[in-house]
Design a protein around this ligand. Sequence first.
Ligand SMILES: Cc1ncc(COP(=O)(O)O)c(C=O)c1O
Length: 406
Amino acid sequence: MSAVYPLREAGPGSNAPRRLREEFPIVTAHPELAYLDSAATSQKPRAVLDAVQTYLTTSNANAGRGTYPWANRTTEVVERARQRVKEFLGDPDPARSSVHFTSGTTEGLRTVARDWLVPLLTDGDEILVPFADHRANLEPWLEARRLLAERGTDIRVRALPYQTASGDYDHRALADAVTPRTRFVAVTHVHHVYGGDMNVHRIRAAVGPHVPVCLDAAQSVGHLPVDVGDPGLDVDFVVFSGHKAMALPGTGAVWARDTRGPALRPGGWQGTPNTVGIVSLLAALDWLDEAGPERIARHAVGLATRLTDRLRHLDAYEILGCPTSLAAGTPLPESQRRQGIVTFRHRGIPSDDLGFILFSHGFMVRADSLCQAGADPTEGAVRVSLHVYNTEEEIDRLLDVLESLA
Ligand SMILES: Cc1ncc(COP(=O)(O)O)c(C=O)c1O
């Protein structure tokens, strides 16, 4: 790990984010461009690139298969990364939990569905899943129902209720949707379109003490503190994409608490793991801990607030989800708190055109239907998603361009 960011001590208002930005070679090499698509994948700090280079030039081998030093070192690093994921997530009982490496959140959720949920369910059981979050957090549960139906087992898939205005779950209606046959609930931590924290701390109270809860943490791990030791985050699975949290593409993990129901044991022959991705994840988690997830969140939320506060006064634009900037710390317990994602539409310019226009000014944004389950593929939106390497100047420049198009 590099030692150039002793940042935890730096107070608010310090230049810490600017110093962190300097650790991202791709960002500093292109000052004329602004990468505003971190919800899709994050850029990688030098410490991660160095860890990958060092591993590939000193120890590259397969894991769990050889007895010579490179192979042993690779096996060790995979095991260390497993423990590191538990530590990073604040696991209060690491002797009982398990960590399984995947290619990302999509594969992680599918693993929970196929290898844990399907064998557990019997005729008449019910599961509650989100129909307006990322498709990755809907399709595996529908597939579970299909697989069970092929075996003659009928389960009921119920839709999590939403509050339409904000995109947050309707936690009161959710409590009513839980029945004695509810065996499982899938939720999302931060919505990838609306940017809202989905108030998952209220899920446990709504579903009761015994129902297993699976958290899609694709937009939270690496972006804000995620602490499964916090009683407010009493979930059974945390599924995330390492590549959205500073690690290499093709990297992700499932953390399983393994206390409500059987332990997660991914079935079938697993094959060679993505060792270099796992090495990158280990370095990424070290880097994130050192930088401080709270500081990262504060920075991204500050930028999102700066963007929404000006954008919502431009009549030409519609901000999706909660229109105001409910920044973390806002004393509105019933409201969603916007994280570092702002999605909007121009009332006169199609979103894919707006994406091209913004790129002509150097802004890299996402402009399509954003993989949202149930979304009309012809009705896109522009998403700006922020991370620690983004700056206020980028936001101000973006706003100037958006204003000129208003
Ligand atoms: C909330 C959410 N869930 C799941 C995914 C899928 O992640 P991956 O592409 O890494 O499998 C994404 C990716 O954008 C996401 O935002």
